[in-house]
Ligand binder design. Structure first.
Ligand code: GDP
Length: 298
């Protein structure tokens, strides 16, 4: 495994102990270590560049601390900067003033959208909402079925096309699902959409058509944290093709260091709202920027 950034910085500074302040040379040596650590954590290059520039600036103007040695001081700056970029305090879901709130899920096939729909449904129900899951992924064989299964597990209703998998119009399913929610007083609609294995123009168009049909209050881009350096191109493609208001990082139970969080935030500016940490319904939590900062650093 990787040596933690804290350990590496301590090693960089071992010859400087007792000096008590950060010189230009100290900062340069440190920034080089930070760059390597972030790349090891799979943070994409443009995000690394933006981050190290911000740390350099912050370090140069940092007050000399009497209680921290230079290594500790830099680690503190890096930690604070990570939390700041990752979004500070977690933001709440954007709920419509007039229900139903529509939450659309977008992302590549296998990113974890259908699984997330069940988790979100379960979580919303716990929060006192009456959610409805809508099966607009008619691309992947079995996706409708899978949504019905997770809906049953979560005790949440599912709106699915009548004629089974692989047929029907996903835009129409989304539209009729929202109408159904309005009639039956479901107050939050979660629309599962189709992804492809890679970024694909037809898929983007379909997602954009669904977006236009149901005017979502939130579009959540579901990103597999294990995707590493590809996070930036994928996120950028979805930002351009569909647009999104928030990010859900999935598969954080894997050994990914979480660099994708920093990359996607830097490149698109969209906040990470939730984290998915396993295949079960309960493996789901609000995103905590401070925990992610520690994960990237340690
Ligand atoms: P979709 O194509 O985007 O709808 O992706 P799915 O929801 O079908 O998920 C793809 C695979 O990843 C399934 O086998 C899920 O069980 C699995 N999966 C989804 N979220 C997580 C997660 O947070 N952790 C782990 N380990 N597996 C996940």
């Amino acid at each position: 495994m990787f040596a933690s950034l804290s350990d590496r910085l301590s090693a960089t500074f071992s010859s400087l102990r007792g000096k008590g302040r950060l010189s230009e040379a100290d900062i340069s040596a440190t920034v080089a270590e930070i760059r390597r650590a972030l790349l090891d954590a799979d943070v994409a290059v443009p995000a690394v560049r933006a981050f190290t520039a911000a740390v350099r600036e912050r370090a140069a103007s940092a007050e000399v601390s009497s209680s921290l040695n230079p290594a500790q001081q830099i680690v503190k700056i890096v930690h604070e900067q990570l939390i700041e970029i990752l979004g500070g305090a977690s933001r709440e879901l954007n709920l419509a003033k007039r229900p139903p709130t529509v939450i659309m899920l977008a992302g590549l096939q296998g990113a974890g959208k259908t699984t997330l729909a069940g988790k979100l449904g379960s979580w919303l129900k716990e929060q006192g909402h009456a959610p409805l899951l809508v099966a607009s992924d008619l691309q992947r064989p079995n996706a409708v079925n899978q949504l019905e299964v997770v809906g049953r597990q979560a005790g949440v209703s599912v709106w699915a096309p009548e004629r089974g998998n692989g047929v029907g119009d996903p835009v129409q399913v989304a539209r009729s699902g929202v109408e159904h929610a309005r009639e039956k007083l479901y107050d939050v609609v979660v629309v599962d959409t189709a992804g492809r294995l890679g970024v694909d123009a037809e898929m983007m168009q379909q997602a954009a058509d669904i977006r236009d049909a149901v005017s979502p209050d939130e579009i959540l881009f579901v990103l597999d944290a294990m995707i590493g350096q590809d996070a930036v191109t994928t996120a950028q493609a979805f930002a351009d093709g569909v647009g999104f208001t928030g990010v859900v990082l999935s598969k954080l139970d894997g050994d990914a260091r979480g660099g994708a969080a920093l990359s996607v935030r830097t490149v698109t500016g969209a906040p990470v709202l939730f984290a998915s940490t396993g295949e079960k319904l309960r493996d789901f939590e609000r995103f905590h920027p401070d925990r992610m900062a520690s994960r990237i650093l340690d």
